[in-house]
Write a protein that binds this ligand. Sequence first.
Ligand code: ZN
Length: 229
Amino acid sequence: MLEFDSVDEAFWFGYCVGLYEGEGMCAIWSVKSNPDRKYGRFVVRMTDPEPIQNLKRVLGGVAMGPYLTPGERLLNRKPKYRWTLGRVDDVIRLAARMTPFLSARRASQVKRVLDEVSPRVRQQAKAGNRRNGELPVLRPRHTGELVCPAEPEPSARGYQRHRLLGIPCCDVCRESFRLYYAERRKWNKDKVRETNRAQYLKNREARVLQAREHRARKKQEGKSSEITD
Ligand SMILES: [Zn+2]
């Protein structure tokens, strides 16, 4: 099932799995500008630097620290250290190796993340970076030749290949490029409209309340000025 070059290596892997079982977490995250693309991340936080360095040495990823939030500094907390593994392919590989040893609770956390994340090789750049399930057939790469589609399709790939190879762009690729940008612009437009609408709905209640208060205040002022008159 698992292959290690030495007993030492196997031991250190077990050490890391144990550490993750005790102190680790696994979460899904996405960047604000593109909520459709999900990433998984393994994190272990501790107040000791050595185990964090061990995790980085054995499993890869990034070690960070010492760090504290301003609030924690005020409370005189111990500084924390953190190990993070976030690259899609690394996360998927480590999850597969680690899951057999994890408790049911931890394993289900990992599974939940894996269900959302798909490997980088299957991620296709689409207009607006949207992935809608069906992936087009992958054309050969790195051949140093032009691979122009027969029909225009919304993609910038052909155009970029022309550019990289220094060959003037053909009509199909130019049209493809135009389609790609048209879709991207449309996607951006939709996104902005959606965001504005959400903001409007969110603020509507507050606005109504404010208007009501304003009217009540005006009324009150009107009355008091009558009295003083
Ligand atoms: Zn072309």
